[in-house]
Design a binder for this molecule. Structure first.
Ligand code: ADP
Ligand code: MG
Length: 474
C-alpha cells in the first residue's frame, strides 16, 4: 500500500502542531470517552484514542468489504434460524465452554417454549485485515463477525472531520476533500427505528442494555440521539435493573419500570463477566419476551468463533444459503484458513501443525472483546498442554493474517507523541430487519477503521490497544 504521507512523517514540527489541532478537534467533534479513573462520570472526559493521520486502505478491498456485507447479513440471519446447524456446530464446544453452554441453554429453552418474537433485528460488524500475499499484493481477509454489541459506530462518524482538519493543517486540502463521509450510528438507528415501528406500539421504548462500567457511553449516545431525533424513547438499563424491574405480561410483552419495551439493544452480555445468576435470569426474561432483541440469543451464537470455523468447511455455506452461489463466492473469498481442534484425526493433525509452526496461526477461544487470543510461543505452550484434553475443543485455530505495516502516530491522552509501525483493521457495519420470514431491510451501514502498533498482537479500542482511524483510499 503506497503510504501517502511519507514526506509529512519527516516534518516533526509540523506534526507536533497538527497533533495539537487534532486533539482539540476530536474534543470539539465529540470523539470522547470517559476516563479510566472515573468511568461512570461525564464531568471528566477525554478524547478517545485516534491516529494523527488517516491510514491508506486499498479502494478495491474497501469496496469488496462493502459489497459482501449484505451477504453476511443474510448468512448470519440464516444461521440464527437454523437450529440443527447451531446444535451440531456447537455440540463439542458446549461440553467444555460454560459460557457458550449457558447461552445455548437459553436458546434451547426459548425455542422449546416457542418464540414470542416475530420481528428480528441484526446489527453486526464484519472485521477484516489486508493480508499481504507473497507477491506483495493485499487481500481482504475476515478476522471475525461481531453479532452482539458491535461498537464505535458512533464515535467513528466523527473521525473523518478530525482527520480532514489535520490534513488541511498539514497542507493537504486536496487529500482532505477525498475522505469519505461515514455515519454508522445513523444506519444502526434506522434499523432500530424500523424494528420499533414493526413492533407496532407507539408508546413502547427502546432499551439499551448497558454495562456497569460505561466508559464508552458517548459512542452509544450517538445511536441513542438518532432515536430521540425520531421521537423514539430510549431507556438505559443494566441486567441487574432488568432483573429487579422487568416482567412479562400474558402475551409476553416486556415491561421494565412499567414501560413497554419494543426493542432490546444489547451493548453488554457478550462476555462471562457480564453475568451472575441474576443477570442470566434477566437475559432469559428478555429472550422469552416478544420484544425485538438485537441480537436474539440465536444470532449471538451465530457470531461465535466455532461457527465461523465451521462456515469455512467446504459445502457449509452452500447449505446455509441455497441458491445463492454468488453470495457464497463473495463470502468465501474473504475467509482465511480456519481449523477445528475437535478431538479426532483432523484436530490432532492441526494441533501438531500449530505446535510445530506457531507463528503461522492464531489460537482463539470462544470469547469476545479482545485480548483473548494466543500467538507464537504462548500458543505453542498452551496447545501442548491441552493437546490431549477435551479443553482443546473450546478453541479454534486460524491462519495468521500478515498485513503490511505503515508508519503513523497514535494519539492517546497522557502519552508522548511518537511514531509507530501500525496495522489496520477495517470493520463494516451491517443492519437488517426481518418480519416473520421476510427481510424488510438489509444494508451496509458504514465503516470503522481501527489501527494499532504492530507490537500488540491483539486487542481493540476498548482494550486500550487499537485507536480510531479514517480510511484514506488508495
Ligand atoms: P475478539 O472477539 O476478541 O475481538 P478477534 O477475532 O477479533 O477477537 O481477535 C482480536 C484481535 O486479534 C483482532 O482485532 C486482531 O488484531 C487480532 N487477530 C485476530 N485474528 C487474527 C488473525 N487471524 N491474524 C492476525 N491477527 C488476528
Ligand atoms: Mg474482534
Amino acid at each position: 500500500m503506497a503510504a501517502p504521507w511519507d514526506e509529512l512523517l519527516r516534518d516533526q514540527p509540523a506534526l507536533r502542531e497538527a497533533a495539537t489541532v487534532a486533539v482539540d478537534s476530536a474534543l470539539l467533534e465529540g470523539v470522547l470517552m470517559r476516563t479510566e479513573g472515573q468511568p461512570n462520570a461525564s464531568d471528566v472526559v477525554n478524547f478517545a484514542p485516534f491516529t494523527l493521520l488517516p491510514s491508506a486502505v486499498p479502494s478495491a478491498l474497501f469496496e469488496q468489504a462493502y459489497a459482501v456485507q449484505q451477504d453476511f447479513n443474510l448468512l448470519v440471519d440464516a444461521i440464527s434460524q437454523n437450529k440443527e446447524f447451531l446444535e451440531q456446530t456447537l455440540a463439542s464446544t458446549i461440553k467444555v465452554d460454560d459460557f457458550t453452554a449457558q447461552l445455548f441453554r437459553i436458546h434451547t429453552q426459548v425455542l422449546e417454549e416457542g418464540l414470542a418474537q416475530s420481528v428480528f433485528l441484526g446489527i453486526n460488524r464484519s472485521d477484516y485485515m489486508f493480508d499481504c500475499g507473497p507477491d506483495g499484493s493485499p487481500a481482504l481477509k475476515q478476522i471475525e463477525i461481531n453479532t452482539i454489541a458491535a461498537s464505535f459506530g458512533g464515535l467513528t462518524s466523527r473521525t473523518a472531520t478530525v482527520h480532514g482538519r489535520v490534513l488541511k493543517v498539514l497542507g493537504k486540502s486536496e487529500e482532505a476533500s477525498r475522505l469519505l463521509p461515514n455515519n454508522p450510528a445513523r444506519g444502526l438507528a434506522l434499523g432500530i427505528a424500523k424494528a420499533w415501528e414493526l413492533y407496532g406500539s407507539v408508546s413502547a421504548v427502546v432499551m439499551f442494555v448497558v454495562e456497569e462500567i460505561q466508559r464508552n457511553i458517548f459512542d452509544q449516545r450517538c445511536v441513542e440521539n438518532e432515536l430521540w431525533n425520531r421521537n423514539i424513547r430510549v431507556l438505559r438499563r443494566q441486567f441487574r435493573e432488568v432483573f429487579e424491574q422487568g416482567c412479562l405480561d400474558d402475551a409476553r410483552r416486556l415491561y421494565v419500570d412499567g414501560q413497554e419495551v419494543a426493542v432490546v439493544y444489547y451493548r453488554e452480555g457478550y462476555v462471562p463477566k457480564n453475568y451472575d445468576q441474576q443477570n442470566w435470569e434477566a437475559r432469559l426474561l428478555l429472550e422469552r419476551s416478544r420484544a425485538v432483541k438485537c441480537p436474539d440469543i440465536a444470532t449471538q451464537l451465530a457470531g461465535t468463533k466455532k461457527v465461523q470455523q465451521e462456515l469455512s468447511r467446504p459445502g457449509t455455506l452452500e447449505k446455509l444459503l441455497p441458491g445463492r452461489a454468488e453470495a457464497v463466492a463473495r463470502i468465501r473469498a474473504t475467509f482465511a484458513g480456519l481449523y477445528s481442534l475437535d478431538r479426532g484425526e483432523e484436530g490432532d493433525r492441526m494441533a501438531a501443525m500449530a505446535i510445530a509452526d506457531p507463528d503461522r496461526f492464531v489460537l482463539k477461544p470462544q470469547r469476545e472483546g479482545g485480548g483473548n487470543n494466543l500467538y507464537g510461543e504462548e500458543l505453542r505452550q498452551v496447545l501442548e498442554k491441552i493437546r490431549d484434553s477435551p479443553e482443546r475443543t473450546s478453541y479454534i485455530l486460524m491462519d495468521k493474517i500478515k498485513p503490511q505495516p505503515a508508519k503513523n502516530y497514535l494519539l492517546r491522552a497522557h502519552s508522548p507523541l511518537q511514531v509507530s509501525e501500525c496495522i489496520s483493521e477495517l470493520g463494516i457495519f451491517g443492519v437488517y430487519v426481518r418480519e416473520g420470514k421476510e427481510m424488510v431491510m438489509n444494508k451496509a451501514a458504514g465503516h470503522l477503521l481501527r489501527t494499532k502498533a504492530t507490537e500488540h498482537a491483539d486487542g481493540g479500542v476498548a482494550a486500550g490497544v487499537a485507536v480510531l482511524d479514517t480510511p484514506y483510499l488508495v
